[in-house]
Design a protein around this ligand. Structure first.
Ligand code: FCB
Length: 444
């Protein structure tokens, strides 16, 4: 049955989640292993040895979770598809039961008049692909495009927006350079091919998705704006190097068709690659949490910068992440000035914060409200923003931090799987109700 999804012309108020962080059921219905399943089993990788084997049990409880999203009056739900459920080996045979799960999910969204924003890769690379080199291996880009085509052939009639990759920067930096996320490699600048092969995979997937009838395609990039620790010229130079490596490296090739100055040669970039990477996209997804202070590296450091506290000692969230809504405003206006007419409409594909378990979560309301205001200020300055997704609907498995952080509008009791909406859930519902079709407050 093909159901017609909700309107995409309205501002896309939504919530975001990711498969590995909520689904659980990691051994069910033919799902293969991902790099994160492997990583969770390595001693010392995840705080208190938590695993995502059960997580929020969303694989079984998804109707209740979609009801919670509908209860917000949201327009859209950003979820991710687990590659190892669809293609357990990362290539070759399709696991029908895995694809069926997402088929039911998108029908469930349409039944509730919610738009499906489907992310194809939110870090759970099939382990057999990692065994063959993972994103260091150029071939993974082609495998990703094949997988994208398989999923789109089944779901493109009901998915409003496709997000190819979630935060390729984090995969490169935390996964392959610093080794704190799966697959746990510590290659430092040796991880640069991981950026390019993901971007190449993105470009190939854009083509595959369009070929399978996708209506709208984008990428969700993570932006951590660098703030120079002082006005010393060395700190300014380090901040520029930081922004090029961590921020612009993942947007310039797509919107400008070339890499920023990364200070090193890029022999893994082949002739013709950048034409693939820079295929037009319909939406730039912006994930923003916080800025970071940047200072000149110490003598002998491998990286051209060192990360430090944000100047001005702003308050921090439960993760210790500085709360600086003005940096989101500045990021959005910078994207507009940097890319000009090449910048497609933006959707804020993740924005949120972790605090303690409390149901009366005033600090989260304050955080979200200030960040929505920052987005509106950027819209008033002429930045074309068309959506905002809170990270996250539910408390969930926060990667190396396990279940300790609490990012949800809805509290999860992991012993019983009981969901309880927090005060921020009611606040968000009221904000959406009070907003017009363009996302701005309704006129009285
Ligand atoms: C982002 C990730 C998301 C979640 C939030 C807190 O970097 O995309 O999965 O962990 O951080």
């Amino acid at each position: 049955m093909t159901l017609v999804p909700g309107s995409t012309s309205e501002f896309q108020w939504g919530v975001a989640t990711a498969a590995f962080q909520i689904e659980g059921a990691t051994g069910e219905d033919g799902r293969g292993a991902s790099v994160w399943d492997t990583f969770c089993r390595e001693p010392g990788r995840i705080r208190d040895g938590h695993t995502a084997d059960v997580a929020c049990d969303h694989y079984h409880r998804w109707p209740e979770d979609l009801d919670l999203i509908a209860g917000l009056g949201a327009r859209a739900y950003r979820f991710s598809i687990a590659w190892p459920r669809v293609q357990p080996d990362g290539s070759g045979p399709v696991n029908a039961k895995g694809l069926d799960f997402y088929d039911r999910l998108v029908d469930g969204l349409a039944e509730r008049d919610l738009n499906a924003t489907a992310t194809l890769f939110h870090w759970d690379l099939p382990q057999p692909l990692e065994d063959a080199g993972g994103w260091l291996n150029r071939d993974t880009a082609a495998r990703f495009a094949e997988y994208a085509a398989i999923v789109a052939e089944r779901l493109a009639d009901r998915v409003a927006l496709w997000i190819t990759l979630n935060e390729p920067m984090v995969v490169m930096a935390y996964g392959y350079a610093f080794g704190v996320y799966a697959p746990g490699r510590t290659l430092m600048l040796g991880a640069l091919p991981v950026a390019h092969h993901q971007l190449l995979g993105h470009g190939l997937a854009v083509e595959a998705l369009r070929g399978a009838g996708a209506r709208s395609v984008g990428i969700a990039n993570h932006y951590t704006p660098g703030r120079a620790a002082s006005d010393r010229p060395e700190d300014a130079a380090a901040t520029e190097a930081f922004d090029n490596l961590l921020n612009w490296q993942f947007t310039d090739p797509i919107l400008r068709g070339g890499y920023p100055d990364l200070g090193v040669d890029l022999p893994h970039v082949h002739d013709g690659d950048l034409a693939v990477v820079s295929a037009p996209i319909d939406v730039l997804g912006v994930n923003y949490y916080n800025p970071v202070g940047v200072a000149a590296p110490a003598e002998g450091d491998e990286l051209p910068f060192t990360m430090t506290d944000v100047p001005g000692a702003p308050p921090v969230t439960g993760m210790g992440w500085p709360v600086v809504p003005a940096a989101l405003h500045r990021l959005l206006t910078t994207l507009k000035s940097r890319y000009g007419d090449a910048l497609p409409p933006i959707q804020i594909t993740e924005s949120g914060c972790s605090y303690d378990e409390a149901l009366d979560d005033r600090p989260r309301i304050d955080y979200l409200s200030a960040h929505v205001d920052a987005v509106r200020a950027a819209m008033n300055d002429g930045v074309d923003v068309r959506g905002y997704y809170v990270w996250s609907l539910l408390d969930n498995f926060e990667w190396a931090e396990g279940y300790h952080p609490r990012f949800g509008l809805v509290h999860v009791d992991y012993a019983t799987q009981r969901r309880t909406p927090r005060a921020s859930y009611a606040w968000y519902r009221d904000l959406i109700a009070a907003s017009g079709p363009d996302g701005r407050p309704r006129r009285r």
